[in-house]
Design a protein around this ligand. Structure first.
Ligand code: LLP
Length: 432
């Protein structure tokens, strides 16, 4: 018997039962985080395979067998996680030639995949055509001649979905809102008729569907409903807007439960959208990233020390903004808790900061935490999405190791970078 960690959106993270080995400590499935730190060091990303499978199963149950569920690779592009998601029957939402290369490296098919990307280069389009993707999500008109050229070069008809910008507010952070008219994404509804005409008139292209993506970390159903209503109205306005249309890609953005608010009720989204889509004979396509892997991951970091300054108490840890950029970039409130049972004593309000030379380098600000001492381990929850995939080498720091847990087994799925790797591509002009 164990207790789920209230800080986590997944029951895969739990505290060991009193009286047993690892009592009160955070576990990932059948493995103690302390044991993983002994083996792999910190900072360390730890993912639960069961948590990923569970989210994939929930989406499938909500949206049904016919839905095309494309995991947004950018959320976490580790090859082993891509394999895990493919094994759950998922396809992929790809945004770059590099992501197509990843699929190839993992021997995975792109057939149930879509290729988006705000600025597609000709070589990427050709790579996506060669990989046999389901369709291209067209973001801008300038892509059409590029796609037409790729159709001519390959002798294939290229299936496309037009990304519409429905001007729907997503109620999320400004940096991850994408479906408002002031955002760079998609084609405004007012211009869409002209772009549809251009697609229909191009013999190498085939209009298969419409695509919207409103932003990330959405918590409410209504924006998804509003977007579909607007796209449906556009399709109804002219038969040319709907001839041959078989798919509606409702995007990703399904929110998880960190910070304020609950996770998005995906079953409610499905309940609202599926009957409308069925009426039109449109197959749903989904592009979730965070929902599938966010709650499945934690970042484990070690306390290096602390200090009191200017009325703020700082807890200095060995993970930094280069390992997890989200707090610095989006003011994201990832829950944090000690891995071991809390030390006795009153909790204090602290800033959890990393070793990088920037004031913006924090994992949390003004956070209530129990007393901590150098050497203690902290788990940063909800870090499976846009954590490792946005990590950098800033301050010449090596990107962290990553571990995938499966029941009682933990496997390294990315080695910690070596110092040699840090500068291996640099050319030292003095070294002749
Ligand atoms: N589809 C499209 C077209 C997207 O642009 C994105 C995310 C997704 C799907 C997946 O969104 P998700 O389901 O993961 O919310 N780095 C930011 C998130 C940026 C998302 C960019 N596009 C963060 O850490 O919150």
């Amino acid at each position: 018997m164990t207790t789920p960690c209230p800080e986590s959106g997944s029951t895969a993270f739990h505290r060991g039962h009193p009286g047993a080995v690892g009592a009160g400590e955070v576990w990932c499935e059948g493995v103690r985080l302390t044991e993983l730190v002994d083996r792999f060091g910190t900072p360390l990303y730890v993912y639960s395979g069961a948590a990923i499978d569970d989210r994939a199963a929930r989406l499938r149950a909500a949206f049904g067998e016919d839905a095309v569920i494309c995991y947004a690779v950018k959320a976490n592009s580790n090859l082993s996680l891509l394999r895990r998601l493919a094994a759950q029957g998922l396809g992929f939402d790809l945004v770059s030639g590099g992501e197509i290369e990843r699929l190839a490296a993992a021997n995975l098919s792109a057939a149930q995949g879509v290729f988006a990307g705000v600025g597609k280069e000709p070589w990427e389009i050709e790579a996506a055509v060669a990989a046999g993707i389901l369709f291209f999500n067209v973001e801008s008109e300038h892509e059409l001649p590029l796609l037409a050229a790729a159709a001519r070069a390959t002798g294939r008809t290229i299936p496309v979905a037009l990304r519409l910008n429905p001007n729907v507010a997503a109620g999320t952070h400004a940096y991850i809102t994408t479906g408002k008219s002031e955002n760079k994404f998609g084609i405004a509804l007012a211009r869409a008729a002209e772009v549809v005409r251009a697609i229909v008139d191009e013999p190498g292209l085939e209009l298969r569907g419409y695509h919207v993506h409103l932003g990330s970390q959405l918590r409410s159903v209504q924006p998804y409903v509003d977007a579909l209503d607007r796209v449906a109205a556009f399709a109804d306005a002219d038969p040319r807007h709907r001839d041959g249309v078989t798919h509606y890609d409702l995007g990703g953005g399904f929110g998880i439960s960190y910070g304020e608010g609950l996770e998005l009720d995906v079953a409610a989204v499905a309940e609202q959208l599926l009957p409308r889509l069925e009426d039109r004979g449109w197959t749903p396509v989904l592009e979730p990233g965070r929902y599938l892997v966010g709650d499945a991951g934690v970042l484990v970091t070690r306390v290096l020390g602390g200090k009191q300054q200017g009325g703020t108490e700082f807890v200095l840890v060995d993970a930094a903004m280069n390992d997890l950029l989200r707090p610095a970039l989006y003011q994201a409130d990832h829950p944090i808790a000690p891995v071991a049972p809390a030390r006795a004593g009153p909790s204090r309000r602290v800033d959890v900061v990393g070793p990088v030379c920037e004031t913006g380098d924090f994992l949390a600000r003004g956070r209530e935490l129990p007393p901590l001492a150098a050497g203690d381990l902290l788990a940063v929850f909800g870090a499976g999405a846009y954590g490792a995939s946005m990590a950098s080498n800033y301050n010449s720091r090596r990107r962290p190791a990553e571990v995938l847990v499966d029941g009682g087994t933990a496997r390294l799925i990315r080695r910690r970078e070596s110092f040699t790797q840090l500068f291996q591509n640099e050319v030292d002009l003095d070294e002749d």
